[in-house]
Design a protein around this ligand. Structure first.
Ligand SMILES: O=C(O)CCC(=O)c1ccccc1C(=O)O
Ligand SMILES: [Mg+2]
Length: 371
């Protein structure tokens, strides 16, 4: 495949409402749109790093720096036949998973467009639509939380995930169960806000029949999660702790979790995401696709990877209108029927970019010629 030019664009898009987790609030999304040009077509990738290093160590600025100084230069003088060959090209650059994933995603899309095939099919996906859930940030009051849950259930979302933190955990879950009953597919994401000292508190959550609790302990831990899982009925799902198939293997072998959240950015790209998916499938460990408040391009990549069969639990890839007044792509990413997004049958990511929306939110841009 021929890659002639890579373009980076930094955008800042306002969220419809602020998103709050145990590590802080976000009012707008800063991200980098990567465009890979070659043979008259363009592939798109989107960085998922936050502006601050609180979810992981990367930030929007470190992603830009790594792309400009290391990752794009690493593409010079290499001949690629398939995007899977990028992993060895980037192998001597440690970590920086989100930076690698943004560029790799653009190259996957470019490859699929050059071949005229949908990204979902190129990855081995078989679904034509995917069931999706919604991730609800920490709300100022229980009343607002219950109203938000009610709205999303009425829209048809197939899973409700709420963010929890110490002091905001048992009570909101109890309130949701009381109001909406035991059948609502409900889970909680702690974003590493607890420690093993909190075992008795986390055991109280067992009473509420949660689908899972996501990343209760440290972002870099696999060992303590195994200790915790042995004392909990609620399945643990790991997010922050899993970057590679080796991490997934260690977590599965140690029984640190029963479910894995796969985020394309966190694991360094689609090739790695597929490999973790395949390993979990062999081990009978279900996976689902997490989110990082993506705009349209990142959302399209999430839809494509979720079309693989072991993504058997609804993920966090909501319709665009849950986050954005106007999104980067068309057609709009929206339900085909309540709770389901279509997997596009068009080549590549299957969505077209809207230049006027990109111009509106553009902060800076840069271009590098390769060929
Ligand atoms: O709707 C989404 O994109 C998921 C939002 C979400 O839960 C999240 C958002 C930002 C950072 C971390 C997380 C997470 O899954 O832990
Ligand atoms: Mg999470």
């Amino acid at each position: 495949m021929r890659i002639e030019r890579i373009e980076l664009q930094l955008l800042k898009m306002p969220l419809k409402s602020p998103f709050t987790t145990s590590f802080g609030s976000l009012w707008e999304k800063h991200f980098i749109l990567v465009s890979a040009h070659g043979e008259g077509v363009t592939g798109y990738g989107e960085s998922t790093a936050m502006p601050f290093p609180f979810y992981n160590e990367e930030t929007t600025d470190t992603v830009w720096y790594m792309l400009e100084n290391f990752l794009i230069p690493a593409l010079r003088h290499v001949e690629l036949f398939h995007p899977d060959e990028l992993e060895p090209v980037f192998a001597n650059i440690r970590r920086n998973f989100m930076a690698k994933a943004a560029l790799e995603g653009a190259i996957w899309d470019l490859y699929c467009k050059q071949q005229g095939i949908p990204l979902s099919r190129a990855l081995g996906g078989t679904k034509t639509e995917i069931a999706v859930g919604v991730s609800i940030g920490i709300q100022p009051t229980t009343k607002q939380l219950l109203e938000t849950v009610e709205k999303h259930l009425a829209e048809g979302y197939k899973k409700i995930k709420i963010k929890i933190k110490p002091g905001y955990d048992v009570e909101p879950i109890r309130a949701i169960r009381k109001q909406f009953g035991a059948d609502v597919p409900l889970m909680a994401d702690a974003n590493s806000a607890y420690s093993l000292d909190d075992v008795p508190l986390l055991q109280q959550l067992d009473e509420y029949g949660l689908l899972m609790i996501e990343q209760p302990l440290s972002h870099d831990d696999i060992i303590d999660h195994a200790r915790l899982q042995a004392q909990l009925q609620t399945p643990i799902c790991l997010d922050e702790s899993i970057h590679t198939v080796a991490d997934a293997r260690k977590a599965v072998e140690l029984c640190s979790c029963k479910i894995i959240n796969i985020k394309i950015g966190r694991v360094g790209g689609l090739t790695a995401a597929k490999r973790i998916h395949d390993y979990c499938q062999e081990q009978n460990v279900p996976v689902w696709c997490g989110g990082m408040l993506e705009a349209g391009v990142g959302r399209a990549h999430n839809i494509a990877i979720t079309s693989l069969s072991n993504f058997s639990i609804p993920g966090d890839t909501s319709a665009s209108n849950r986050y954005w007044q106007e999104d980067l792509v068309e057609p709009a990413i929206d339900f085909v029927r309540p709770g389901y997004l279509a997997v596009p049958g068009r080549a590549g990511i299957g969505y077209t970019l809207r230049p006027q929306v990109i111009q509106k939110y553009l902060l800076k841009e840069q271009s590098a010629t390769l060929a």
